[in-house]
Ligand binder design. Structure first.
Ligand code: BDR
Ligand code: CA
Length: 319
């Protein structure tokens, strides 16, 4: 089977790091480019973190470019209480051996689409600022060359940044609105799914048992992330949101989805950034997305552990 060509647009971020690892390791994905956006940390840090993850995981030859430093409107938000000041606290990282691509993220997305013979899948795991800016700048190219968008964001129920809004959508609601209104094939995997994949103590044990430096880094990442989730949300184990996107691509059916109309709340007094998902069809609006509802958690964790095993066996990049 031909691997699925993917551009990962992320804000690493502990869970973004695992999305990157899965996309790079799985034979069903051809990871063409990595773009980063302001989100969990400022964009300079998310770009550095992507390069750090690529270095420690031996991912060479995939361009990494930085994108928007702020949302389309207003001021940005970050999440140091979950991801630390660096955006990727926990393990120690050396100097990255992977360079920062001189192009900005929008240019890299454009040139990657133009340079690839067939349609490409966009996988956003951060605020949707880069993706929306790309859609605004190059609508025809997007319609022609974007196969689908599989994003982590939103929720069919409660939020995490506010009681109503999930972080990625809350960080740039206007961008999310542009993506959901784009007419492209959009799949939304939100908190209602990701809270079904907590990184348990058993997962940590499986990772450490792999015995490679990469596995140790991954376990250290999850240890920091788990402590933050315990502190902030009182959860026993932290949901590993972002790699569900890649898992859904490589193992269709692993995440169950339903078609639904999704609206992004742009003006609510207490609900700005909420995804209003019409699961019951009560609005009469046509479906504009496939929305994740369930997940085979055991299969998901097997994919994650396999990815860390595969990359760990190859070893890190050296400068
Ligand atoms: C999302 O917000 C970020 O903090 C995570 O990386 C994930 O993309 C979860 O709400
Ligand atoms: Ca993220």
């Amino acid at each position: 089977m031909t691997p699925i060509p993917v551009i990962l647009d992320c804000d690493p971020g502990h869970d973004d790091a695992f999305a990157l690892l899965l996309a790079a390791a799985h034979p069903a994905v051809d990871l063409l480019a990595i773009t980063t956006v302001a989100g969990n940390a400022p964009v300079g840090k998310t770009a550095l973190n992507a390069r750090r993850v690529c270095t420690v995981a031996g991912i060479g030859g995939v361009p990494v470019a930085a994108g928007l430093a702020r949302p389309l409107h207003g001021a940005g938000i970050t999440a140091p209480e979950i991801h630390g000041a660096s955006g990727l606290d926990g393990p120690g990282f050396g100097e990255p051996a992977v360079p920062l691509d001189p192009r900005d993220a929008i240019t890299l997305i454009r040139e990657t689409l133009l340079g690839h013979p067939g349609p490409v899948t966009l996988v956003p795991t951060g605020p949707l600022s880069n993706i929306a800016a790309f859609l605004l700048a190059h609508p025809e190219l997007a319609a022609e060359r974007v196969d689908r968008i599989v994003l982590m964001g939103g929720s069919t129920g409660r939020g995490n940044r506010t009681p109503a809004a999930e972080f990625n959508i809350a960080a740039d609601p206007e961008a999310a609105d542009i993506v959901f209104s784009s007419g492209l094939d959009v799949t939304m995997i939100g908190l209602n799914v990701s809270h079904q994949v907590p990184a348990s103590a058993e997962v940590l044990t499986r990772l450490r048992a792999l015995g490679t430096p990469l596995a140790e880094v991954c376990a250290d990442l999850l240890t920091f992330y788990g402590a933050a989730y315990r502190e902030v949300f009182g959860l026993a184990a932290p949901p590993l949101h972002d790699p569900l996107t890649v898992a859904h691509l490589v193992a269709p059916g692993l995440v169950s989805t339903v078609p639904a109309a999704v609206a992004v709340e742009l003006t609510g007094t207490h609900t700005r950034g909420a995804t209003v998902v019409d699961l019951d069809g009560v609005t009469g609006r046509p479906a504009n997305a496939r929305v994740g509802t369930g997940v085979d958690a055991a299969a998901f964790w097997d994919l994650i552990v396999d990815a860390v095993r595969t990359l760990g066996a190859r070893g890190p990049l050296t400068g």
